[in-house]
Ligand binder design. Structure first.
Ligand code: ADP
Ligand SMILES: Cc1ncc(COP(=O)(O)OP(=O)(O)O)c(N)n1
Length: 271
């Protein structure tokens, strides 16, 4: 029997099921990876916004990480909502202690609805302690702007931001293009040597809740299965493209993506 790949997500819970831990577990399951969790916060959230955040004590996050790492084992890890400086520093420490690599760092800062998901006081720990451990960091445009303190007005600025994040110690960088307004949704991948564009059509839909979570979880799933970094990133882009193209019009706001759409076939949607 082949060994089952195991992936761990360290993130917040989204009661609406579209983002956070819920999106990550759905993605892991779809990509035939055994999913495990360390929950950092419980949000009351739906397609319209975030209504409450209860952050767990760092101690509780540490115990979840110890429990899964010392018994089940981890082939790849992703981080999402880390909530505050204490949890960010703790996660960096536990990643090193348990060697939770490869590590996908999704620098979740603010929800689309504008709710703060990472305290601004956590910036120092995030930059100095977590980014240097990242196999890949996956900021959207506002997150890359916040981390580099530079407005990303054009492609050249995005390339420079990717280089700056790589210089902070991340092995590679994906600057996601979902927030741009081009006809295509183009993400920029940089591995310290070359730039690669990850392209898909831009789907005309408001139902994009959890796209960043799903993309980073898919990268972690493919890395857990042993794909090379470049292949993991490119397959994950196909997975999220399919999920957005068949997104669910659920709720009254930004609905979730469809995690099983990759099964539907077609060039873009290959497994
Ligand atoms: N309307 C869209 N059509 C196609 N792909 C999209 C669309 N919106 C976002 N994406 C893709 O979804 C992924 C997440 O991007 P983005 O929305 O920038 O991240 P976040 O959810 O973290 O804000 C990226 O691969 C991006 O290109
Ligand atoms: C609990 C939780 N984690 C992360 C997010 C952000 O999700 P993301 O995919 O980055 O983007 P939006 O869905 O906010 O566009 C979240 N909302 N909740």
């Amino acid at each position: 029997m082949t060994q089952l790949a195991r992936a761990l997500t360290i993130a917040g819970s989204d009661s609406g099921g579209g983002a956070g831990i819920q999106a990550d577990l759905k993605t892991f399951q779809e990509l035939r990876v055994f999913g495990m969790t360390a929950i950092t916060a419980v949000t009351a959230q739906n397609t319209l916004g975030v209504f409450d955040v209860q952050t767990l004590p760092a101690e509780a996050v540490a115990k979840q990480l110890d429990a899964v790492a010392t018994d089940i084992g981890v082939d790849a890890t992703k981080t999402g909502m880390l909530a505050n400086a204490e949890i960010t520093a703790l996660v960096a420490r536990k990643v090193k202690e348990h060697q939770l690599f490869p590590l996908v760092v999704d620098p979740v800062m603010v929800s689309t609805s504008g709710h703060l998901l990472l305290d601004q006081a956590a910036r120092k720990q995030f930059i100095e302690e977590l980014i240097p451990l990242a196999t890949v960091i996956t900021p959207n445009i506002p997150e890359a702007e916040a981390l580099t303190e530079t407005p990303l007005t054009d492609l050249n600025a995005r390339k420079q931001a990717a280089q700056a994040l790589h210089a902070l110690g991340a092995q590679s960088v994906v600057i996601k293009g979902g927030h741009l307004e081009d006809d295509e949704a183009v993400d920029l991948f940089y591995d310290g040597k070359e730039f690669v564009f990850l392209r898909s059509p831009r789907f005309d839909t408001p139902h994009t809740h959890g796209t960043g979570c799903t993309l980073s979880a898919a990268i972690a799933a493919y890395l857990a299965r042993g794909f090379t970094l470049a292949n993991a990133v490119s397959q994950a882009k196909q997975f999220i493209s399919a999920a957005i193209s068949h997104a669910f019009p659920l709720g009254n706001g930004h609905g979730p993506t469809n995690h099983w759409a990759h099964r539907l076939g077609g060039e873009l949607y290959a497994d």
